[in-house]
Write a protein that binds this ligand. Structure first.
Ligand code: MV4
Length: 456
């Protein structure tokens, strides 16, 4: 096992990795920007190194600075967390050439999955169900029209270098195709320096359901079931749960088995998430793969009792899956996560500042992953996620009740947060009935009037 790991991240996920390291008896090195000098990861890590000024490009995204810190601290491995450098294949490559183990998949696999059209083709060849669409990159709007006629409208044009909702256009008829194709191409070229596009049949009002996998470096892959992530706003997830009310044990096992076979064939290793869209007929269609630990990983941990971050570290150290899991994967109960963001309730813009009062809820079945604390300051430079409230219940109904009371008892003052929004979502009839899809929040906000939620 590693003796010392550097955590190339900040906030709650940096603290989450420190927790795993402490339990594994691994020493930790935090890196931090000048804005995070007083952060909890700095306090709880065994060592901490300042790597630069607050701006991301000069600190957490500055690869030479991160690698220098790792070399100075003499660590054996780097955990990238999520976001930042987590899916940067070049960073993983630099780690490798510097003799530092990157805790994640091999750079080639990260690069493959980062090119969404290649990922689609690779998963199709490996036997994962995908949507009807183009074969490869579409060269021109003329070719796009041919594919669209073959697939049938509506279609969606997506940037191959995109993902997470950027550089997409829904096309409903032939007339609007040339214009939307060119717009998507220009947007993708501008945003990613790569205008490559591909096409899929458009699924109306899908659910977003993703599968968690773990793969060791010896060809063993396991599926840990799904997470339902349909409650999103502008491609930012707000609330996730596991299991999905729409996934039967048979479907879970069937997709799980396909994924294990496919990812072994691709040579995948470490933790990964495979995103699907579920259509009205409850069929799952692959859309993208994320080659990192995800924000919402705790809901899977709560229902399986598998520590995914510990598993990532053990796998990177060369452990066999049987030693990582120490038994079969069993799904028990129901878990829900609410993302507590520091943001303005109407503008949904980040709300930085000093937290004047902070009381996280506790009690049976409640988990709070956070690096926030009373009198702490939320800097304006970074992601607005300040806490994750996760609950587990024996079934969905108990989890919903437990989340409602936990939200009631969560005090954050001094900044705006999404806590009041979550309280209302948890009280919503459709949510309680499990009537959710990716259009839920739009309907919810229309129904509830933009928002009345709350004071800083
Ligand atoms: C789609 C789709 C419908 N049909 N692809 C948005 C984020 C990116 N990961 C993929 N996205 C979508 N792809 C096809 N063929 C609808 C969406 C989509 C969406 C997906 C997941 C969660 C929220 C969403 C909100 C709007 C659109």
């Amino acid at each position: 096992m590693f003796k010392k790991i550097l955590i190339a991240n900040r906030g709650e996920i940096a603290l989450r990795v420190i927790c795993a390291c402490k339990e594994l008896g691994i020493r930790t090195v935090a890196i931090y920007s000048e804005a995070d000098r007083n952060s909890l990861p700095v306090r709880f890590a065994d060592e901490a190194i300042c790597i630069g000024p607050p701006q991301l490009a000069l600190s957490y995204l500055n690869i030479p600075a991160v690698i220098s810190a790792a070399e100075i601290a003499n660590v054996e491995a780097i955990h990238p967390g999520y976001g930042l450098l987590a899916e940067n294949a070049n960073f993983a490559e630099v780690c490798e050439t510097s003799g530092i183990k990157f805790i994640g998949p091999r750079p080639e696999v990260t690069r493959l999955m980062g090119e969404k059209e290649k990922a689609r083709t690779a998963m199709k060849q490996a036997g994962v169900p995908i949507l009807p669409g183009s074969d490869g990159i579409i060269a021109s709007d003329g070719e796009a029209l041919e594919w669209a006629r073959q697939v049938g409208f509506p279609v969606i044009v997506k940037a191959s270098a995109g993902g997470g909702g950027r550089g997409m256009r829904i096309v409903r008829n032939e007339e609007e195709l040339p214009g939307l194709f060119k717009a998507a191409q220009a947007e993708a070229a501008g945003a990613f320096g790569n205008g490559d596009l591909y096409m899929e049949k458009y699924v109306e009002h899908p659910r977003h359901i993703e599968f968690q996998v773990l793969a060791d470096e010896h060809g063993n892959v396991v599926s840990l079931g799904e997470r339902e992530c349909s409650i999103q706003r502008r491609h930012q997830k707000l609330l996730e749960e596991s299991p999905s009310t729409q996934v039967t044990p048979e479907l879970r096992d069937q997709i799980g088995a396909v994924l294990c076979k496919s990812l072994a064939a691709i040579g995948y290793s470490n933790a990964g998430t495979i995103e699907f869209l579920m259509d009205k007929d409850r069929r799952l269609h692959f859309i993208e793969m994320n080659t990192r630990i995800q924000v919402e990983h705790p809901v899977t941990e709560m229902v399986t009792d598998v520590d995914l971050v510990k598993s990532q570290i053990m796998i990177a150290a060369g452990a066999h899956m049987r030693d990582v899991l120490q038994g079969p994967i069993v799904h028990r109960g129901h878990a829900i996560e609410c993302r507590i963001n520091a943001e303005h309730p109407e503008k949904f813009t980040p709300s930085a500042g000093k937290i004047t009062a902070f009381h996280p809820p506790g009690g049976t079945g409640v988990r709070v992953d956070t690096a926030a604390y009373a009198e702490g300051v939320i800097p304006p430079y970074y992601d607005s996620l300040i806490a994750k409230l996760i609950v587990r219940g024996k079934d969905r109904s108990e989890a919903v009740s437990r989340m409602s009371r936990a939200l009631e008892m969560f005090i954050v003052e001094g900044i705006f947060t999404t806590i009041p929004l979550h309280r209302k979502i948890l009280a919503d009839e459709d949510f309680r009935a499990g009537k959710i899809d990716t259009g839920f929040i739009e309907r919810f906000l229309a129904k509830n009037g933009k928002s009345e939620h709350l004071q800083p």
